[in-house]
Design a protein around this ligand. Structure first.
Ligand code: SF4
Ligand code: SF4
Length: 212
């Protein structure tokens, strides 16, 4: 799922600038992340109204990144959207852009920061698993991704800074290379470390391209 974090309220208030606002949430990832589901949208409405900001309405899109659904659903909120100067979207960056595409004459505010593609460990506890690099090499590492899970993107072994299985950059995080090596040991395949991996071909990352 796409993991998001709600932006600071002060930032949102500055962007809204006391103007009437329509709030949009998302039924999928933002709901699971508790950043833009019905609960959070209703809570945001309450917070804004307590600050004397007019909320003209709200809706949860299904999901916010689905352009055609957005067109259909938002048609039902024409009046509420017309009355709003600002559209606050509590969804991922893709959702925000899919809303902007439909409401192109409106001032659309992103209410969240989009962080990464993550695994749900427990409710509300997400771990980074994929950076959408466009050239998946995790099969070389027993399904453990050194691109998304190592801050240095080490491809040929650990950087040497790991202590007690934790990363030297983010001390709460498992060193993915510690995990990879333990898995290699369990499988009797430590020899794999002898194979030098060349720098990854980042031209395949599609960072600036549309992926078809
Ligand atoms: S190698 Fe790339 S595509 Fe594969 S999991 Fe890692 S970041 Fe994602
Ligand atoms: S300690 Fe491990 S995860 Fe952290 S930067 Fe070094 S190799 Fe990567």
């Amino acid at each position: 799922m796409i993991v998001t974090k709600q932006k600071e309220l002060d930032y949102l208030l500055k962007s809204i600038a006391n103007k009437p606002v329509f709030i949009i949430g998302c039924s999928e990832c933002a709901t699971l992340c508790h950043t833009g589901g019905e609960e959070e949208v209703v809570a945001m409405k309450k917070i804004l109204e307590e600050k004397d900001i007019k909320v003209t309405g709200w809706v949860i899109l299904e999901p916010a990144c689905h352009l055609q659904n957005n067109k259909r659903i938002l048609r039902g909120y024409k009046e509420e959207i017309k009355d709003a100067d600002k559209i606050l979207v509590l969804a991922c960056g893709n959702g925000v852009q899919a809303v902007s595409e439909v409401l192109e004459d409106k001032d659309v505010i992103s209410g969240t920061d989009t962080l990464f593609l993550g695994e749900i460990k427990h409710l509300g506890d997400f771990e980074r698993r994929c950076d959408l690099c466009g050239d998946c090499i995790q099969d070389l590492f027993f399904g453990l991704c050194p691109i998304a899970r190592c801050p240095k993107h080490m491809l040929n072994g650990p950087c040497g800074g790991s202590r007690n299985g934790k990363c030297e950059v983010y001390h709460d995080m498992d060193c993915v290379w510690d995990l990879i090596i333990k898995k290699m040991q369990r499988r009797g395949e430590l020899d794999r470390l002898k194979r030098i991996r060349m720098a990854k071909d980042w031209s395949k990352s599609n960072e600036m391209q549309v992926v078809l």
